[in-house]
Design a protein around this ligand. Structure first.
Ligand SMILES: [Zn+2]
Length: 163
């Protein structure tokens, strides 16, 4: 299993870069990697009225291997048929996104690509998540914090940043 030091939220802007400045944004982008998912996700497109395949995520290099490793374990444990049956190949929300938190007060961990949103249909913001606990544990044992544990649940959200 891959062990990479977890980062504290307060350190992100110093260690990686400040998303508020163009220089910082450049530094952040330099540390992003695009990695292939172990299996294809399908995201519903309201505009196109069909499912769009998602095969890659762009995230910070500190989480890339752990995310891929966790999804590979899910594929290995369940197989693609069960993954499809339980909707575990649906709605990948992705990682890097230059944005603030929903209240607009802070930069989202997504602004550094240090979090990934998965299975958005089972972990809507503010709703009780229905992502199976076994799946959550596969991420937790790799050092991820789960948004489903937050006071205001964000079940799709997996991050390796604390504080
Ligand atoms: Zn998120």
């Amino acid at each position: 299993m891959i062990k990479i030091k977890r980062l504290a939220y307060r350190d992100l802007r110093h260690v990686i870069g400040d998303p508020a400045t163009s220089k910082g944004r450049k530094k952040i982008k330099n540390e992003l990697v695009t990695v292939k998912l172990p299996y294809t996700f399908y995201n519903w497109s309201k505009k196109k009225k069909k499912h769009i395949p998602v095969n890659y995520i762009r995230c910070h290099k500190s989480i890339a291997e752990s995310v891929i490793d966790a999804l590979a374990e899910i594929l290995n444990n369940y197989g693609i048929d069960k993954i499809k049956k339980f909707g575990l190949n649906r709605e990948c929300g992705g990682s890097y996104n230059h944005r603030k938190t929903r209240d607009g007060k802070w930069w989202s961990v997504h602004a550094w690509g240090a979090a990934v949103d998965l299975w958005c249909h089972m972990g809507r913001y503010g709703k009780k998540p229905i992502i199976p606990n076994e799946i959550v544990q596969i991420f937790k044992k790799r050092g991820f914090y789960w948004g489903g544990d937050f006071k205001y649940p964000d079940g799709m959200h997996f991050s390796r940043v604390f504080g």
